[in-house]
Design a protein. Sequence first.
Length: 102
Amino acid sequence: MPKDTFENFKGFWEGEIAKIEKEAIDNDGVNLIRLRFEHDSLHLEMSMNEEYFTKEMHLELNMLESKLTVALEIARSRYRLRNRGLWARIFGGIVKKLPEKL
């Protein structure tokens, strides 16, 4: 049973990481996802006895967290790049509308 619980957790988050890698996510979204992962992993560790939560599981959990961190940073960078262009277009439009001589 505990092994199944860990495998379900791992499978769920591997799927989420695959989705995150393809998205553009702002800072708030990144922080919420990170908090959800921390909450879920803490809940997992608390629900499993020490005898079931092995070193291998702990290492896999750390690797999963590393993959999530990389995916979130890529998604945050993608969001910034997309919105940098948006702000440049908005600012450029405002500057064009300003009178040349005041």
